[in-house]
Design a protein around this ligand. Structure first.
Ligand code: PEP
Ligand code: MG
Length: 890
């Protein structure tokens, strides 16, 4: 019989797939002998069965009964019994943390009778009724789908009747009245009474948690975080402990190091006389965890002891949720904590220095996305900016944008191209859309562990939270700063997630110190480098020692080439020569295209030649002997001609005025002649070289002469001439022969030692499928995965993103654009086939990739798997690729 339920004593931290992160870690803590309230976990397998079949697996009920019986024996009381009931929480917990995205129901087991028993047991009538009304409210909203506002409304009315705004002013009688009111709401809205049978409450709550896996919020979050849709969630049933039994009780969140900066120490928030949800929801302001030492010294000492145990055990930063019930500490959750990018780098090297992890592990503890974040610019400290408030530095970064006060506006404005800052008193999971759309998030309430902070950190989005001096009025869509400044919707503000500062207006930005380091302007051992730069330096050094893949850059100018080298590129994997045909050279290209005879064409080519040669000399010199892949002209030629509509209008207007220009007429004719319905599938790439005689030859000559010039000057140029958009070996053979002829001619004429390879891009499915043949004529392959994705899927790479991708993403056809991350199953398979077949023909065949995927972390891992020799990406992504290549190799 499949096992669907595990007691906390049966699991361990490595069973996250089955028990979810929360369940696995509760089990781990239980087995470490830490004070965890007893309970059990229902597996993700059970959830998956439920989601597939629309009903619980038949064995589940019996197994839950068995584990509940055992729990009742352990606790010495029965679920919901009339005198002193056992109460449980039913919580979701997937493999990957999805804060607040799925459901939780607390206080299961309370009903009209057991509430009285709880009142006696806890010696606190108010508490018992408050717990009961929370149950009906949470159960009504999450299990029975009742609009949560209705309960909030009734609560507000009860407070108004009492003349207060504070929940705590409501007494036992008021809360008893509220329970009745809530029951009426449930009956009216859900068409059924609130279930009095504790077991029915539990079963329904378990089902609701299963279903919340497919709630809109959860789906959106998974898409954002690239969490697979088919994992399902586990469900944790845990005996309740109460942090809201009085001032000797409370609840909190702790981190074993600062998740924002990575510094060591005790970090966290504590809230007296409260339940866990109150902290994460950011509804009431917490105190720093250190204060607990004065509030309850014994619990504080025990907690800090447990924190060291957990760090020691997990060998990483842990975050912890705990509750103190009348002076007794309980651990409700732990996990390896989320952290900012800067904290991740600092902590990884700290742990190496503390002897807890190896450099290999340190490289695995950070990732390319985090490194990319550290390279974002920050606010210029010397800029004159009006600071209007300071909150907590919840998630770093520098963000400016127009103030918006609700999620809907954030999404709407950002869709029309505006940058926005989402300002809320506090956020809740319903704000997720707006948080994704915004440049940054600002809240006036809640600590570093509030919803806004946790979610923003997870997304790598700038966030300042708990800026208490700001009076945020979401109804009137404005915020008032203590100095009287009023920020209305649409006014620009800037927030600094590293310092917590909030500024009026746009603040200028400066390069990040990490970029300064990569640029070579800030040495890792210079006194002005901080520990973050040193951490990055050490991780990059370890990465370079460990990676197998070479990393090159896509660069078309000497400046880009030089930057790429500073960033650690080991060559240029793609120099797009079309960029050398723009600007004032466009006129020459026009002449080339319009040439009516060989003489005119040759004249135009002869003028282009020295310009191209100079470009190459500069690039080869900047690369100082590292390989440079020069791609012959690729795009359809009409891209260099005027727009057909504009030109037609110009000619028509001129004709109407009787001022017809011969030149314009000829141009229009040519533009018409070259017009193609599908230019991306038309006269481009190698086809240009075959049709426009002399074009590729001129380019190869420019390359060869530039290489000779560099060699003469005492340098070395290692060039790789690359032919684009080849689909058949015959195309390549013709171009190769011509190119080889030019190389030989320049070699013998100049006597220079020109080192050149001739190869091709693989960017058409036919090329991939006939790679064995193509390798006969190619010394290297470079996968052009942009075009290969375009032609494999049949998606126009220029149009697709706006047209229907969002529908594809929504409907789960793919979780991320295949233009961003390589589609392993389709495009990736072609890459694999081409690599294997190519190498079969020519074992020394050099293999690389120069499409955008070359700098995408996930894709880099794929290219490592396939055994390519190098990846090539934009200069700014070179460090990211270096790091990911190492992570893939370890
Ligand atoms: C490609 O197609 O992947 C490629 C690198 O070429 P381009 O983007 O210039 O078409
Ligand atoms: Mg291409």
């Amino acid at each position: 019989m499949p096992k669907f339920v595990y007691d906390f004593t049966e699991g361990n931290k490595d069973l996250k797939d089955l028990l979810g992160g929360k369940g696995a870690n509760l089990a781990e803590m239980t087995n470490l002998g830490l004070p965890v309230p007893p309970g059990f976990t229902i597996t993700t397998d059970a959830c998956r069965v439920y989601l597939e079949q629309g009903q619980e697996p038949p064995e589940l009920r019996e197994q839950v009964t068995q584990y509940l019986d055992a729990l009742e024996v352990k606790m010495g009381k029965k679920l919901g019994q009339a005198d002193g009931p056992l109460l449980v929480s039913v919580r979701s917990g997937a493999k990957f943390s999805m804060p607040g995205m799925m459901d939780t129901v607390l206080n299961i087991g309370l009903n009209d009778e057991s509430v009285l028993g709880l009142a006696t047991q806890a010696d606190n009538e108010r508490f018992a009724w408050d717990s009961y009304r929370r149950l009906i409210q949470m159960f009504g909203k999450t299990v029975l789908d009742v609009d949560g506002e209705l309960f909030e409304h009734a609560l507000d009315e009860a407070k108004a009747a009492k003349g207060t705004h504070n929940d705590l002013d409501l007494g036992a009688d008021d809360l008893r009245g509220l329970v009745e009111a809530f029951k009426v709401i449930v009956e009216k809205e859900a068409g059924r009474t609130f279930p009095q049978d504790p077991r029915e409450q539990m079963d329904l709550a378990i089902r609701a948690v299963f279903e919340s896996w497919n709630g809109d919020r959860a789906k959106l979050y998974r898409r954002q975080e690239r969490i697979p849709n088919d994992l399902g969630t586990a469900v944790n049933v845990c005996s309740m402990v109460f942090g809201n039994l009085g001032m000797d009780s409370g609840t909190g969140v702790a981190f074993t190091r600062d998740p924002a900066s990575g510094q060591t120490g005790v970090y966290g928030d504590y809230l007296q006389n409260a339940q866990g949800e109150d902290v994460v929801a950011g509804i009431r302001n917490t105190v720093p965890l250190q204060e607990l030492e004065h509030i309850d010294e014994a619990s504080y000492a025990q907690l800090t002891g447990i924190m060291s145990t957990l760090e020691e055990h997990y060998r990483d930063l842990c975050d912890i949720e705990f509750t103190i019930e009348r002076g007794k500490l309980w651990m409700l959750q732990t996990r390896v904590g989320k952290r900012t990018a800067a904290a991740a780098f600092r902590i990884a090297v700290q742990l190496v220095d503390e002897g807890r992890i190896s450099p290999d592990e340190a490289v695995q503890r950070v990732n390319g996305a985090q490194l990319a974040q550290l390279m974002f610019p920050r606010f210029d400290e010397n800029a004159k900016a009006e600071k209007i408030a300071k909150g907590m530095n919840a998630s770093p970064g520098a963000a400016s944008g127009k103030a918006v006060f609700d999620s809907y506006t954030a999404v709407k404005w950002s869709r029309s191209g505006e940058r926005v800052i989402l300002i809320r008193r506090e956020t809740n999971p319903d704000d997720l859309n707006g948080m994704i759309a915004a440049q940054g998030i600002l809240t006036s309430r809640g600590g570093k562990t509030s919803h806004a902070a946790v979610v923003a950190r997870g997304m790598g989005k700038t966030c300042v939270c708990g800026a208490e001096t700001l009076d945020v009025d979401t109804k009137r869509r404005r915020m008032i700063a203590p100095n009287g400044v009023v920020v209305e919707e649409g006014d620009v503000i800037s927030i600094d997630g590293t310092s917590g500062a909030v500024y009026l207006g746009e603040v200028p930005v400066v390069a990040s110190p990490v970029v300064e380091y990569f640029e070579g302007r800030l040495g890792a051992d210079s006194p002005s480098a901080d520990d973050l730069v040193r951490a990055v330096h050490r991780i990059m050094t370890w990465s370079d020692e460990r990676r197998r893949l070479y990393v090159r850059a896509n660069a078309d100018t000497a400046e880009d080439a030089a930057r790429a080298r500073r960033f650690g590129a080991q060559g240029i994997g793609l120099c797009r020569t079309e960029h050398m045909f723009l600007g004032e050279r466009r006129a020459l290209v026009e002449r080339l295209i319009l040439a009516e005879d060989d003489a005119e064409r040759e004249a135009a080519l002869a003028e282009l030649l020295p310009m191209q040669r100079d470009d190459f000399v500069a690039i080869f010199t900047a690369m100082g002997g590292l390989p440079v892949t020069v791609r012959l002209l690729d795009p359809p030629l009409h891209e260099f001609l005027p727009d057909i509509t504009e030109l037609s209008v110009r000619v028509a207007v001129a004709e109407a005025r009787g001022e017809t220009s011969e030149g314009d007429l000829r141009l229009l004719q040519a533009v018409h002649k070259m017009h193609e319905a599908n230019p991306m599938l038309g006269l481009r790439g190698v086809r240009l070289g075959l049709v426009i005689s002399g074009l590729f030859i001129m380019q190869v000559r420019a390359v060869a002469e530039a290489a000779a010039q560099v060699a003469k000057a005492g340098g070395v140029a290692r060039v790789e001439i690359m032919v684009p958009l080849v689909g058949a070996v015959q195309e390549l053979e013709i171009i190769r022969e011509e190119a080889q002829g030019v190389l030989d001619e320049v070699k013998s004429r100049t006597g220079a030692d020109i080192r050149a390879l001739i190869g091709t891009m693989i960017e058409l499915p036919r090329a991939a499928l006939t790679a064995g043949q193509i390798a006969e004529a190619a010394q290297f392959f470079s996968f052009g995965t942009n075009d290969l994705t375009q032609t494999t899927w049949g998606f126009s790479r220029d149009d697709v993103e706006g047209a229907f991708f969002s529908a594809y993403l929504d409907r789960g056809i793919f979780g991320v654009s295949p233009f961003e991350t390589i589609d392993r199953d389709g495009v990736g398979k072609l890459v694999r086939i081409a690599a294997e077949e190519g190498r079969r023909t020519r074992p020394e065949l050099k293999l690389g990739v120069c499409g955008e995927h070359g700098g995408d972390p996930e894709s880099v891992h794929f290219f490592e798997e396939v055994g390519l020799d190098y990846v090539s990406c934009s200069p700014f992504r070179v460090p990211v690729a270096r790091l990911e290549a190492a992570r893939a190799a370890i």
